[in-house]
Write a protein that binds this ligand. Structure first.
Ligand code: SF4
Ligand code: F3S
Length: 265
């Protein structure tokens, strides 16, 4: 992998919170430094690139021109169908996505906003937020949902693409099976308590203190597919359920409206 030509990567950020980039910077296999210095040429990224203003836009144009048909396009954030809601350098998000996608070899929609619309698409969806695959239909697209996604899912997919030259096997929602093929509930360390009918009823009762199942507190993991229970966060330290709060289904379509805990309690 280290001998391979460093492919050009253009990362577009639209209606997002920078949480996906924050997640990426927590990656340890490979680290963000290893990724951008050894494996890819990150030619455009609002948060990580040194250039700004006209120089930043020139870098995107140059990367698209020099690597036409070969660059990898990464997108985080949803795209407002009402163009005026979000522009970059005077270009609407919608136009920038279409322009950048035209010469891309493949697209990775990072985070639930880019993959399915996410939080900006929640009712009443004032910007008319859309996902990448609702707009681009003529390029291979892989979804890496999560709010934010697991760092390893982002870097793991990029590493797979660089080494294999193709995208991995996906589920029906466009997610790599390697990271989204298993149900969190089936991998949860609290599962024995669920099976025995032992549930926390409030966040501070005896059951919560003893680590019992959080299902009655709205845990959405039985309907959620992600690798949080195996991979965890902060280099394998913990994940939402381990910190005492049920999963809110952040990697599933229709998050937030159908992922919030309060619609089931
Ligand atoms: Fe399943 Fe959630 Fe209970 Fe874990 S806490 S066993 S994922 S319902
Ligand atoms: Fe999201 Fe649930 Fe994992 S809330 S981070 S999919 S445990």
């Amino acid at each position: 992998l280290e001998q391979a030509r460093r492919p050009s990567v253009i990362w577009l950020s639209f209606q997002e919170c920078t949480g996906c980039t924050e997640a990426l910077t927590r990656s340890n296999t490979p680290s963000i430094e290893g990724l951008i210095f050894d494996f890819i040429s990150l030619d455009y990224h609002h948060t990580l690139q040194a250039a700004s203003g006209a120089a930043a836009e020139a870098a995107r144009e140059e990367a698209m021109h020099e690597n036409a048909g070969q660059y990898l396009l990464l997108v985080d954030g949803s795209i407002p169908s009402v163009k005026a809601y979000s522009t970059i350098a005077g270009i609407s998000n919608l136009d920038m996505l279409k322009d950048s996608a035209a010469g891309a070899a493949a697209i990775i929609a990072i985070g639930t906003c880019a993959a399915y619309g996410g939080l900006p698409k929640a009712a009443p969806n004032p910007t008319g937020a859309m996902s990448v695959e609702e707009i681009i239909t003529d390029r291979p697209i892989v979804n890496i949902p999560g709010c934010p996604p697991l760092p390893l899912a982002i870097t793991g997919l990029i590493a797979h693409y660089l080494t294999m030259g193709s995208m991995p096997e996906l589920d029906r929602l466009g997610r790599p099976l390697a990271f989204y093929g298993e149900n969190i509930h089936d991998r949860c360390y609290r599962r024995p308590f669920y099976d025995r009918g032992l549930f926390a009823e409030t966040f501070d009762d005896e059951g919560a203190r003893r680590g019992w199942c959080l299902y009655k507190l709205g845990c959405k993991a039985p309907e959620t597919y992600n690798a949080c229970a195996q991979v965890k966060w902060n280099q394998g330290t913990s994940f939402p359920i381990q910190s005492g709060h049920g999963c809110i289904g952040c990697s599933e379509p229709n998050f937030w409206d159908k992922g919030g805990i309060y619609d089931s309690v």
